[in-house]
Ligand binder design. Structure first.
Ligand code: HEC
Ligand code: HEC
Ligand code: HEC
Length: 132
């Protein structure tokens, strides 16, 4: 036989827990959002920041094709500067830490680009010992 009191208590506890989870998420938001390191001493990327966040992969492919297939190695503007169309010498010239920049977003998004099989990533301090 059912014990009405127990059922209602259970239901009440369930509701409190469910609602507090919703409330918690509404207040706390997404705390795990990645925080890619801002480049020091630079104010502009090679495209608008929002554009870069969305489509840096396409830009990298385009650069690669232009450099390798067409031999077009001319410099490109990044704000007032001219930079090399290059992963290592361009992107990483400003974004000096692959770990604190590229990886922070990629781990969050679970993407693991294979570029570093060949391209040389900067030497970084051991994990957990971020230099200041
Ligand atoms: C001249 C320096 C410079 C170069 C070269 C450069 N960037 Fe940037 N990049 C910046 C700056 C400055 C920002 C804006 C950072 C900010 O305001 O948080 C930025 C922003 C970004 C963002 C958006 C980050 C975010 O928080 O949304 C991505 C992604 C990015 N860059 C990738 C690249 C890639 C890939 C390359 C090479 C194709 C590259 N950058 C080349 C300086 C540079
Ligand atoms: C602001 C966050 C952010 C930063 C910073 C960032 N990426 Fe990404 N990157 C992403 C996301 C998200 C994807 C997956 C996008 C998709 O699948 O549409 C991605 C995908 C890529 C891909 C394609 C991988 C694949 O398997 O399709 C390459 C290549 C890449 N990023 C290179 C870089 C490099 C190099 C840097 C550092 C210079 C960098 N990214 C920094 C967010 C970021
Ligand atoms: C199998 C090895 C290999 C892999 C993997 C690879 N590359 Fe490359 N990449 C090369 C070689 C070799 C060059 C030619 C270097 C040169 O002539 O300057 C090159 C050139 C480039 C260039 C233009 C020149 C430069 O210095 O950066 C870009 C941009 C580039 N690759 C992007 C990428 C990206 C993005 C990925 C990952 C999605 C990737 N590559 C994966 C071997 C590779």
């Amino acid at each position: 036989m059912y014990d009405k009191g127990t059922v209602l208590t259970g239901l009440a506890i369930f509701l409190v827990l469910a609602l507090s989870a919703v409330g918690y998420n509404m207040i706390a938001g997404d705390n795990n959002k990645p925080e890619p390191e801002k480049p020091k001493g630079y104010t502009s990327c090679v495209l608008e920041k929002s554009e870069m966040a969305k489509s840096h992969m396409q830009l990298l492919n385009q650069w690669r094709d232009e450099v390798i297939r067409d031999g077009k190695r001319e410099m490109v503007p990044a704000g007032d500067l001219m930079v090399e169309k290059s992963l290592q010498n361009g992107c990483l010239h400003c974004h000096t830490s692959k770990v604190k920049f590229c990886d922070r977003c990629h781990e969050y998004a679970s993407v693991y680009p294979y570029c570093w099989d060949c391209h040389i990533a900067p030497v970084e301090p051991a994990a957990g010992k971020e230099a200041h």
